[in-house]
Write a protein that binds this ligand. Structure first.
Ligand SMILES: [Zn+2]
Length: 172
């Protein structure tokens, strides 16, 4: 998109959300485009890009509202979400991988390991793999076969199968 859109509805082509900022008080609110268009129309406003802001209230209803609108392409948001998921998955894998390295000689059922397993839960989608890891992490007494290496590999492989971007160092 080059320059500001002429009308709110132009944004539907780039699947945008709109950030509503009040320069009067600094309040910020992100709207889904459809909801914003409906709101402007409900207030009897014009969905023309420069006029639409006049139909909108300050998110905080401050006494001196000055509303600005900024289109937020989903692309940017999606990229941020993807980077966030990538960090969650790989930081958690790093915790489990390092714990697995120690797990042959000591129990590794630490709070960090528990947290990492919880974080991975929605990405792994199979509780059994995480439970296997935890069982191996906490087994006493320790034996070479109580290590977490195998459960770690299952978890990392499952994440790859589920389409997660797993860093080279964390690959099974
Ligand atoms: Zn305000």
């Amino acid at each position: 998109m080059v320059g500001p859109p002429k009308n709110l509805s132009d944004l539907s082509r780039v699947e945008a959300q709109v950030r509503v900022t009040c320069r009067g008080c600094g309040a910020i609110e992100v709207w889904e485009l459809d909801a914003l268009i409906a709101e402007v129309r409900k207030k009897g406003g014009n969905t023309d890009w420069t006029a639409a802001r006049r139909a909108l209230a300050c998110p905080r209803h401050c006494p001196a509202p000055r509303i600005d609108l900024l289109p937020l392409p989903y692309g940017k948001q999606r990229a941020r979400r993807r980077a966030h998921r990538h960090a969650l998955v790989n930081l958690s894998l790093q915790v489990l991988r390092e714990a697995a390295q120690r797990s042959g000689s000591e129990p590794v059922g630490t709070i960090e390991v528990r947290l990492a397993l919880h974080v991975l839960r929605p990405f792994v989608r199979e509780q059994r793999l995480l439970t296997e890891y935890w069982t191996a992490a906490t087994a006493e007494p320790r034996h070479p076969w109580t290590s977490c290496h195998l459960p770690y590999r299952w978890i990392a492989q499952r994440l790859i199968d589920e389409g997660a971007e797993v860093d080279e160092a964390n690959r099974p």
